[in-house]
Design a protein around this ligand. Structure first.
Ligand SMILES: CC(C)(COP(=O)(O)OP(=O)(O)OC[C@H]1O[C@@H](n2cnc3c(N)ncnc32)[C@H](O)[C@@H]1OP(=O)(O)O)[C@@H](O)C(=O)NCCC(=O)NCCS
Length: 162
């Protein structure tokens, strides 16, 4: 495995590869793959500056997708980090950390004040990862996620970009 990768904005033409990395998520099972990929394409077109990918040897190996979430001061100034994923072969080499710090820095330049994220209470890896990038626990929402038919609480995370 090479550890050389670059972080760049996600583009509409990345849709298939991004979908490939996200495929484990419930949304593809619930809404159907074709429908979800089509929606992902148009969603990327609208949110290009809020989504970053890590690329290695012309393959996408990591992603952070976000969208405008909170409203303050007359414009959207919060974003929700909606999905974060790294190809298993590229994990534990700082890929997710570099994507997130690049995202935070470009969001800050755009006037975004805060990043929010909701993480399944049983996803200890992401909770530990969040701690290392300065995302603080702000609360818990019961039954926010479903694991099959089992409701799973969501831990609410926030990080000020001020
Ligand atoms: C969580 C995830 C994005 C981390 O990606 P990554 O590129 O391997 O993370 P990094 O190498 O940048 O890790 C940075 C720090 O996070 C922590 N961390 C990362 N993965 C961890 C794990 N599995 N368990 C515990 N801590 C972890 C470590 O402290 C690490 O610091 P270190 O490099 O000093 O050891 C990746 O494991 C993943 O894609 N998981 C599956 C998808 C998922 O659950 N996404 C969340 C949906 S919101």
């Amino acid at each position: 495995m090479t550890q050389t990768f670059k972080v760049r904005r996600a583009m509409v033409s990345d849709t298939k590869q991004i979908a490939g990395l996200m495929r484990h998520r419930d949304i593809f099972r619930l809404l159907g793959k074709d429908y979800t990929v089509a929606n992902l394409r148009s969603w990327l077109a609208d949110n290009e500056e809020l989504c970053l990918v890590a690329e290695s040897e012309e393959r996408i190996v990591g992603l952070a997708l976000s969208y405008p979430f909170g409203f303050g001061g007359g414009y959207f100034d919060h974003i929700r980090l909606f999905d974060l994923a790294v190809d298993p072969r590229y994990r534990n080499h700082g890929v997710a950390r570099r994507i997130c710090f690049s995202l935070f820095s470009s969001l800050k330049k755009s006037g975004i004040k805060k990043v929010m994220a909701f993480v399944e209470s049983d996803n200890k890896a992401v909770q530990e990862f969040n701690r290392t990038i300065g995302m603080a626990k702000e609360g818990m929402i019961k039954g926010l996620f479903m694991d099959g038919k089992r409701p799973v609480s969501g831990v609410v995370y926030g990080r000020s970009l001020a």
